[in-house]
Ligand binder design. Structure first.
Ligand code: FMN
Length: 237
């Protein structure tokens, strides 16, 4: 099925269809649509643990060479209840949780310090799939963060020092000159972990798996925690 996607993307018929949706000056998005036919999701396909199904889908997304297959949209809310989203990279997971790394003074971190509820979303639409995660985020221990920080390329480590993420800055050149300055400063030593850089473990409360089907009769299943296990239900698409 994944191969079908790749062939379809390279297929001239697809390119022709895409051209047909273009008008002289703009893309006619109203006319843009396609049928979802690559796969299906039956109750028999569900694993006991949702993360086992997630892992299977993630492996397929990587095998299909989707760009940034581990990128997930992370949604948080501010104190007024205004939701914000941004992409972050999934860096690890186990059966209970998912991990990502970020700046602890960033907007998302400020939101999470007031309200740890978070939603993650994997938009694997090239495979006619999406996965939604609901959970609670808690900050990772320094030991945990340090291990990951030390595995990053040196320039990324320096960038963690340079970028006071989400704060206002005067210009790009200010950012670049600070980068060069810090590169020089740390030239003899390992780059230390900034106290304002860290990560979050999202403990999963619910997960929803969506697989596109023909005629918009898609498959959707939600896993919700029930005792020590999971309750699974099919949802209308
Ligand atoms: C593909 C992609 C991956 C990203 N990965 C991360 C990440 O792992 N951690 C991170 O802090 N920001 C990452 N970013 C940048 C975030 O989307 C965002 O701009 C930044 O974290 C600031 O968000 P905030 O101001 O809402 O806190 C990524 C952006 C893209 C497009």
């Amino acid at each position: 099925m994944i191969e079908i996607f790749i062939v379809t993307m390279q297929n001239n018929a697809f390119k022709y269809w895409f051209r047909q949706t273009m008008t002289e000056h703009s893309i006619n998005i109203t006319a843009m649509r396609r049928e979802y036919t690559q796969s299906g999701l039956r109750r028999a396909d569900l694993t006991e643990e949702p993360m086992d199904l997630f892992e299977r889908w993630l492996n397929q997304a990587c095998a299909a060479l989707l760009p940034d297959a581990t990128a997930m949209s992370a949604s948080t809310v501010d104190t007024r209840g205004q939701p914000f989203q941004r992409l972050v990279l999934l860096k690890n997971f186990d059966r209970q949780s998912m991990l990502f790394y970020t700046n602890l003074h960033s907007r998302k971190a400020t939101h999470l310090s007031n309200n740890p509820r978070i939603s993650l979303h994997f938009p694997w639409n090239a495979l006619e799939r999406q996965v939604l995660v609901l959970g609670r985020a808690e900050q990772l221990s320094v030991v945990n963060v340090l291990k990951y920080f030390n595995s990053r390329p040196r320039d990324s480590q320096i960038c963690a020092w340079v970028s006071r993420q989400s704060s206002l800055i005067s210009s790009r050149s200010a950012l670049e000159s600070q980068f060069l300055e810090l590169k020089q400063k740390f030239i003899q030593n390992d780059v230390p972990l900034p106290s304002f850089w860290g990560g979050y473990r999202v403990t999963i409360d619910a997960m929803e798996f969506w697989q596109g089907r023909e005629h918009r009769l898609h498959d959707r299943f939600i896993y919700r925690r029930e005792g020590s296990g999971w309750k699974t239900d099919r949802l209308a698409p």
